[in-house]
Design a protein around this ligand. Structure first.
Ligand SMILES: Cc1ncc(C[n+]2csc(CCOP(=O)(O)OP(=O)(O)O)c2C)c(N)n1
Ligand SMILES: [Mg+2]
Length: 601
């Protein structure tokens, strides 16, 4: 039997170690689907409910698995549906390959059924590599390059394969003019800066008395080195959200998240430091970094395209975080004096944890959303993987979940799209079938994507050796993050037609799929609810009726404001009913996310 182009593609994916492709069928990839049948489903075809979910699953798989995620979709509408997930990969720097169909070559340019100019459509999202296969001899090169480029640039790449090309007999490139043969694989490699640049960086750091370190996902491979340099410099360490799992929250000098969803000690760390060392982060919000002129800066980043922005750094070290820190550390002086700066940071961190605990302990109507996250925190197994959706739940994930060594967590950090919570978790289950996975999701995101994707979780539950896939839903009947943003920025009352959402029976829906479904309506049932979800023998949805009146207070609110306003709002002192209708009183509005005091230090 001859090998068709489609057979060759699957064979080559297997040769690259690709174990599954997250996809959705359509006649634009019928040739490939037939090849999948001939190949006995190797790599395995994982069917979602929507191509955007396939892309998110590939992103989740790549984020947690540390290897390329592959997704596939038909021409036209299928390829269009992939886009948001591919942009998520692009903005968070994740290697993903998209394979999409196209109409037959004879129909191209004929305004044919489902014909979309995919090369143009994908030109931006897959700007590092997008190619249309028109003859068999382009393979394997274009596939190999798409994979190598995705790894090298940590970005999405795309192959467009017309339906009729998939059906052609495969013939490899020959040893001739205008042929481009290719080979498999590439070695690991390590980028490091020059000695001279390292010395300049060491000079800046050695002269600093109050050092702040900011880590992002690029620091994840350098845990020991980040700890060593933080201790050597007597520094505090703040974490961008994508770097939440890069360093343990149990270290006393780790100030936790930074930015609008961040912590007060991170805010103070940046406000009061005299030196900033950023490692593997392109955290975008300059206003949460030190004032210009107040602190000197050094940045370490693997990507010369991304370095040197956001803050006027004096030294921009291009290199792998671990290798660079290993060479930088010996250049730092070990005779630093007092530890007052780090002691202050540690005291602030302690105070923050106490404040957070008190905020979570306040009663609400019916359940305080902060408490839901806080109650889960101690129940999380050491090897837990967490995903968070976009929405107010990301605040609670950022502030109440304690990352311990070995735990993993991620969210759509840069695109901040709604909807990846559940599909990321499914991708994580395929990357680590033996680990428990938790998705923290708002009701809006659950209605947008999560509910349908529970069908996918039910379909594949038997593939996962650890049955635990716990989806927690904050059911506040509101698109709450935006409601608060409107109140803060526009001083506007909540515009109910856009903000209110229906109360859906998430747990009952899960049960209708044969999954565990738990609805928690009272605070005293929260902890037992989480425990029951953890003991389920398969995927579980646990929904909590939470109070939309709890504000996601930003980190620059003073300690007093944090305690007082939450308490007064929850007690009803702030005229809660009219607050919901008329927007917040000016006093509270002052420090809401984006409110008029946002830059006040
Ligand atoms: C695709 C997409 N659409 C809209 C938004 C804007 N947005 C950000 S958070 C949010 C509300 C999310 O609501 P929900 O999931 O219920 O979470 P909550 O904030 O209520 O906890 C919206 C609409 C977005 N980030 N992504
Ligand atoms: Mg909501």
């Amino acid at each position: 039997m001859s090998t068709k182009v489609s057979d060759h593609i699957l064979e080559r994916l297997r040769a690259w170690g690709v174990e599954q492709v997250f996809g959705y069928p359509g006649d634009g990839i019928n040739g490939l689907l037939a090849a999948w049948g001939r190949a006995e489903d190797r790599p395995r075809f994982i069917q979602s409910r929507h191509e955007e979910m396939s892309a998110f699953e590939a992103v989740g798989y790549a984020k947690f698995g540390g290897r390329i995620g592959v997704c596939a979709a038909t021409s036209g509408p299928g390829a269009i549906h992939l886009l948001n997930g591919l942009y998520d990969a692009k903005l968070d720097h994740v290697p993903v390959l998209a394979i999409v169909g196209q109409t037959n070559r004879t129909a191209m340019g004929g305004s044919y059924q489902q014909e979309v100019d995919l090369h143009t459509l994908y030109k931006d999202v897959a700007s590092d590599f997008v190619e249309t296969v028109t003859v068999p001899e382009q393979l394997p090169n274009v596939l190999d390059r798409a994979i190598r480029t995705a790894y090298a640039r940590r970005s999405p790449t795309a192959l467009i394969i017309p339906a009729d090309v998939q059906e052609l007999d495969y013939s490899p490139p020959t040893h001739e003019f205008k042929m481009v043969p290719s080979s498999l694989g590439m070695s690991d490699y390590t980028a490091t800066p020059t000695d001279e640049a390292l010395r300049r960086a060491a000079d800046v750091l050695n002269e600093g008395d109050k050092v702040a370190i900011l880590v992002g996902q690029g620091a994840a491979g350098a845990v020991a080195e980040v700890q060593e340099i933080a201790e050597l410099l007597g520094a505090g360490v703040a974490k961008a959200l994508l770097g939440k799992d890069a360093l343990s929250d149990e270290l006393p000098y780790v100030t936790g998240p930074i930015g609008l969803l961040g912590s007060r000690p991170s805010y103070e760390l940046m406000r009061d430091c005299d030196t900033l060392l950023t490692i593997g982060s392109s955290f975008p919000y300059t206003q949460f970094m030190p004032d210009f002129g107040k602190a000197r800066g050094v940045q370490i980043d693997i990507d010369p395209h991304m370095i040197g922005m956001r803050f006027p750094y004096e030294v921009n070290l291009v290199g792998d975080a671990r290798a660079t820190l290993a060479r930088l550390i010996p250049l730092l002086r070990s005779d630093r004096g007092g530890r007052e700066w780090q002691d202050t940071v540690c005291a602030n961190v302690k105070r923050w944890h106490e404040t957070m605990e008190r905020r979570a302990g306040l009663s609400a109507d019916p359940i305080n959303p902060e408490y839901v996250a806080r109650a889960l925190d101690p129940l999380l197994p050491d090897n837990a993987i967490l995903t968070s959706d976009s929405g107010s739940v990301a605040n609670w994930y950022a502030r109440h979940i304690t990352m311990r060594p070995g735990m993993r967590g991620s969210l759509s950090g840069t695109l901040a799209t709604m909807g990846p919570g559940v599909p990321y978790a499914i991708g994580a289950k395929f990357a680590h079938p033996d680990r428990p996975v938790f998705a923290l999701v708002g009701d809006g995101a659950m209605q947008m994507n999560g509910l349908a994707e529970m069908i996918t979780a039910a379909k594949y539950r038997d593939r996962w050796s650890d049955p635990r896939l716990v989806v927690g839903v904050w059911n506040n009947r509101d698109l709450n993050q935006v409601t608060w943003e409107m109140r803060a920025m526009q001083g506007a009352p909540s515009f109910l037609p856009s903000q209110e959402i229906p109360d859906v029976q998430y747990a009952a829906f899960a049960r209708s799929l044969g999954l565990t479904g738990i609805r928690v309506e009272k605070p005293e049932e929260v902890e037992a609810g989480w425990r029951a979800a953890l003991e389920a023998d398969g995927p579980a949805v646990i929904e909590f009726l939470t109070d939309p009146a709890v504000p996601p207070i930003p980190p620059h609110a003073t300690w007093e404001q944090m305690e007082a306003t939450a308490a007064s709002i929850l007690k009803g002192d702030a005229d809660r009913g009219s607050m919901i209708r008329q927007g917040l009183k000016a006093k509270v509005q002052e420090f809401l996310p984006g409110g008029k005091d946002k830059d006040k230090r």
